[in-house]
Ligand binder design. Sequence first.
Ligand SMILES: *Cc1c(COP(=O)(O)O)cnc(C)c1O
Length: 426
Amino acid sequence: MTLPGSPYLAYKGADLYMDDVSLRDLVRQHGSPLYVYSRRAMLAALAPYQRALQGRSHLICYAVKANSNLAVLQTFAQAGCGFDIVSAGELARVLAAGGEPGKVVFSGVGKTRAEMRLAIETGVRCFNVESTAELEVLSEVASELGQRARVSLRVNPDVDAGTHPYISTGLKGNKFGVAHELAVNTYKRAAALPGIDVVGIDCHIGSQITEVAPYLDALDRVLDLVEAIEAAGVSIHHLDLGGGLGITYTDETPPGADELIAQLLTKIDARGHGHRELVFEPGRSLVGNAGVLLTEVMYLKPGEKKNFCIVDAAMNDLMRPALYEAFMGIVNTQQRGNDAAVETWDVVGPVCESGDWLGRDRQLNVQAGDVLAVLSAGAYGMTMASNYNTRGRAAELMVDGRQVWEVREREAVADLFKLEKLLPGA
Ligand SMILES: *Cc1c(COP(=O)(O)O)cnc(C)c1O
C-alpha cells in the first residue's frame, strides 16, 4: 500500500516513519495528540511549482491559512515564496517568520480599515479586492496615509470547480469576488480612485480541485476580461490564478502542479499573454500530505451495530471530517502482523458530539495503547483547531531527516482561560 505522503511517510519494518523518525517514538517523547510535519515533503511539493515556472516572471504565494505555524512559513520564506494572507494576524505571522512584505498578497472579502492600514504601512505587494465597497474604503485608507494601494480585483469567473460546496468559491452564488459582468466597470472605477493603483487580476475558484479543466475554463474567462479591461484603458500587469490544487486523501488523482501549470502556460502563451507576471496561491497542495496527526487509542468499544475506537484526538484537533465529512486515511503506526484481527471501526474522539469522528468504517488491526496516524493532516488541520470542550491544542513537530524540532508547544489548560475573569463579589 502506498500511503499519501509517501515517500516521506512510509513503513520501515512494522513501524511508520516520517523521514527518518519513528512516529511512535515521537508520541512517547512528546505526548499525544501530536501534529508532525516533514520539511522535506513540503519542499518536495513546492518543487514542481518552481520548476514549471522557471524562466517566467512569477511569484508563488503560499496560502497561510492552510498551515500557519511559524516554522512552516519560515520554510517557505527561505525557499523564496511569498504569502497569500487573509488577516492582519496572518501578516504578523509572516513577518515573524521572516517573510518579505513585498511578496505578500492580501485576500479576503472582509478586510477591516485597521487591517488595510497595517498592510499598506507594512508594504504588502497587492490587495486582492473583492467588491466595489471594499475598493472605495481601501482608496480612502490609502489616501489618508498619503499612499496608493496596489490592487488586483478578484473576479468570479462563474465556473464549477467540482469540489465540496463549502470550499467552492468561483460560482455565482458564492460570496467571493466581483461578478464577471461587472468586472470591467469595477476596474474603470478602481483606476479612477485616488488611492488605488491597479496592478493585476486575480481569481481563486475553490479548493481540493482534482481536474485541470476548471482551471482552464477560469483562465479563459479571466483572459477575456483582461482583454476587455485593457481595451477600456486600464492596464493589467500580473495574473493571479489562485490556489486550490487538490491532493490525494484516498483515491483522488489530481494533476501534478507542473502538469497543471504547463497546461495553463500553453493557453496563456497561445492567447498572447506570455509576457505577464504570474502569481499562484497554493495552500493544501504544499502542506497537506506533508503532515500527520498522531493519536493514541484509549478505549476499544465493540458494539452491536458499530465498533468504536476511541482516541485522544477529536474534532477540536482536526475538524475536516466533522465539517466536510472529509475522508482522511487512518493507519496504525505499528503494523500488527495478524490479519485475522482486522475489524471495522469508527475512529472517534472524546468530544461530546456525535459529529466527533475522524474516520468511519475503517479496517484496522488495533489495540488500546496503539498510536494511529491520521494522514494528509498537514493542511487545514491545526489551523482549524479549537479549544472546544476546554481541550488544549496539540503540540506540533517538524522533522527533517533524523532531526526533530518542536515548533509549537502543547497548550496548557491554564492558558485556555487566562483571559477570562470571575465576576466581582462574594
Ligand atoms: C484558501 C485560499 C487559497 C489556498 O487554497 P488551497 O486549496 O489550500 O490551495 C488561495 N487563495 C485564496 C484567496 C484562498 O482563500
